[in-house]
Design a protein around this ligand. Structure first.
Ligand SMILES: [Zn+2]
Length: 104
């Protein structure tokens, strides 16, 4: 009964899966990119990860977008079937850091 119920409710990814996500992000952190507001969710058979990606504000839109594509692909490769949503922010802007508790 309990397992059946759990399958119907949204919950965070189990810890091993969250560790896989963290490992997928490590190579990007080594390049000076930072992350926060990482949220995970399981809904039925689907996995979702959302995160804020902080890069130097001087980057072009293309640089930032390419990076987000790489991050999304890397997480999806590590945890197949995961939907990844990224939110790009400038590292230098204090507002980027003040939004971690917002639901977005
Ligand atoms: Zn943020």
């Amino acid at each position: 009964m309990r397992e059946t119920g759990l399958g119907l409710l949204d919950t965070a990814l189990p810890k091993p899966d969250r560790q896989i996500v963290a490992q997928a992000l490590q190579p990007f952190e080594a390049q000076g990119v930072q992350f926060h507001a990482i949220r995970t969710r399981v809904a039925g058979a689907r996995r979702f990860v959302s995160l804020h990606v902080l890069v130097p504000g001087a980057w072009t839109v293309k640089q930032g977008h390419d990076l987000c594509e790489d991050i999304e692909a890397s997480i999806a490769r590590s945890l197949p079937g995961t939907f990844v949503f990224t939110h790009l922010e400038p590292l230098e802007d204090p507002a980027s850091w003040a939004d971690q508790t917002l639901e977005r």
